[in-house]
Design a protein around this ligand. Structure first.
Ligand SMILES: Cc1cc2nc3c(=O)[nH]c(=O)nc-3n(C[C@H](O)[C@H](O)[C@H](O)COP(=O)(O)O)c2cc1C
Length: 187
């Protein structure tokens, strides 16, 4: 599969087969992630891989928090569904930005987040190429403090990526036409 084919065929996957993903494959995805470009080559990422029996603890942490928020009347949006995706997926990778607190709130915040986005997209495209499905998840922010603490991190959580073998093949979601999102300045 070439790069453009991977870009065109990637989908967000929300149903996964009950089939493990080998450590070797996960390492290949992470290997693709760390080849991403990054501002000043800072490589501002750290990955925490949750799999096996640890998944049930992760889900308990997330769902306990979601239940608390629900009780408080908070609109959970798609968070419960995202938790279900994490339950089905055999692997969830959390992505952190391990910078010193002196950087927080500074101009490198935006630069680093762009770099991490590139790394996550590399992971997604590599997964597509390797026959795996992925879901990029920011609903983990509903349980931001709880998950960070459970994962043993005190840095910035950026996202999670659920990984597994797809048990669905969704159609492409619509995109706004290129002409609506592009301005050409020529003369
Ligand atoms: C930064 C980011 C956060 C996302 N968070 C979630 C999420 O928490 N739950 C979810 O189901 N999908 C999430 N998605 C997936 C988007 O809903 C999806 O990419 C979009 O609807 C387009 O569909 P496609 O990925 O199949 O092209 C996220 C995507 C991105 C890029």
């Amino acid at each position: 599969m070439n790069t453009l084919e991977a870009i065109a065929s990637r989908r967000s996957i929300r149903r996964f087969k009950d089939k493990p993903v080998s450590r070797e494959l996960v390492e290949r995805l992470l290997g693709a992630a760390i080849q991403a470009p990054s501002g000043k080559n800072r490589q501002p990422w750290h990955f925490v891989v949750v799999q096996g029996e640890k998944r049930s603890e992760m889900l308990a942490v997330m769902r306990t928090r979601l239940a608390e928020l629900k009780k408080q009347g908070v609109d959970l949006g798609s968070a419960e569904w995202s938790a279900k995706c994490m339950e089905e997926a055999p692997v969830t990778v959390f992505v952190f930005r391990p910078n010193g607190p002196e950087e927080s709130g500074g101009p490198m915040d935006v630069v680093d987040v762009q770099s991490i986005g590139a790394a996550i997209q590399n992971m997604l495209l590599a997964a597509t190429d390797l026959g795996l499905g992925t879901l990029w998840i920011c609903d983990v922010f509903y349980a931001y403090d709880e998950l960070r603490s459970w994962l043993g991190r005190d840095d910035q959580m950026i996202a999670a990526v659920a990984i597994g073998y797809a048990d669905e093949s969704p159609d492409a979601r619509p995109r706004r036409p290129l002409k609506d999102v592009t301005t050409w300045l020529e003369r």
